[in-house]
Design a protein around this ligand. Structure first.
Ligand code: ADP
Ligand code: ADP
Ligand code: ZN
Length: 212
């Protein structure tokens, strides 16, 4: 089964992907996490991607699609995956469709999570991430038991550079899912729209029901 998670920055894609992966064993592929690994590792791709990420822009499709296709070509993605943060536009969606068609597979579900801008802003501003295992927290909505420390692995929590106010505004302006992307999946009759303003547990329950 292949699933795409769509929604603006802060809607809850990453958090829900972590929860769905834990509940279903489905492989979680986050292009944002992949880019951040490259930035951290100082690779050529990381250097290029960071020029865009640091301004709140999307990384160009050529780089993004190549990285994604390489990732889904690996053995662990043979049976399925859940994509978090990909696709962000129609060319990316078409590249994914073509790659899956080449192996007699397709996107089975597109899950669109929405929330109002004021909620997105407050979520991104309070987001903390485990440096070690990547688990997502929120300082008010979903805090760790001990401030700054991951409940799961005792790793150190950090805040993303691009979650600072200036960059967040740019991301909210530039990175909402385009209507044409949503229509792409509506036309394929695989779109589910989820009210992301509900509690974390309520959203997880709706998503699990949608992919059952
Ligand atoms: P995205 O991957 O869509 O950018 P995240 O999953 O990283 O969003 O969530 C952004 C922040 O909002 C995180 O700190 C997360 O803990 C918090 N969050 C996500 N979903 C909810 C929710 N339904 N209610 C309250 N806070 C949430
Ligand atoms: P968020 O959780 O806030 O939605 P992500 O972690 O998914 O953000 O992405 C972080 C950054 O990585 C984005 O601002 C963008 O620059 C880049 N990025 C991630 N996925 C893509 C993609 N599919 N296409 C282009 N750029 C991407
Ligand atoms: Zn951790």
């Amino acid at each position: 089964m292949f699933i795409v998670l769509l929604g603006p920055p802060g809607a809850g894609k990453g958090t829900q992907a972590q929860r769905i992966a834990a509940a279903t064993q489905l492989l979680h592929i986050s292009t944002g996490d992949m880019f951040r690994e490259h930035v951290k590792g100082g690779t050529e791709l990381g250097k290029q991607a960071n020029e865009y990420m640091s301004k709140g822009d999307l990384v160009p499709d050529a780089l993004t699609i190549q990285m994604l296709l390489e990732r889904i070509g690996r053995a662990d993605a043979a049976e399925g995956a859940m994509f978090d943060g990909f696709p962000r536009n129609v060319p990316q969606a078409e590249a994914l469709d073509a790659a899956l068609a080449g192996r007699a597979a397709k996107v089975d579900h597109a899950l669109l999570i929405s929330a109002p801008d004021d909620e997105l802003l407050s979520r991104l501003g309070g987001r903390w991430i485990c440096r070690n295992c990547g688990h997502l927290y929120h300082e008010r909505n979903d805090p760790p038991k001990k401030a700054g420390i991951c409940d799961l692995c005792t790793g150190e929590l950090y805040q993303r550079e691009d979650d600072r106010p200036g960059v967040v505004m740019a991301r909210l302006e530039k990175q909402k899912p385009p209507v044409a992307l949503i229509e792409h999946y509506r036309k394929a009759d695989i779109l589910s729209e989820i009210d992301g303003k509900q509690s974390l547990d309520a959203v997880t329950a709706v998503l699990l029901e949608a992919i059952k």
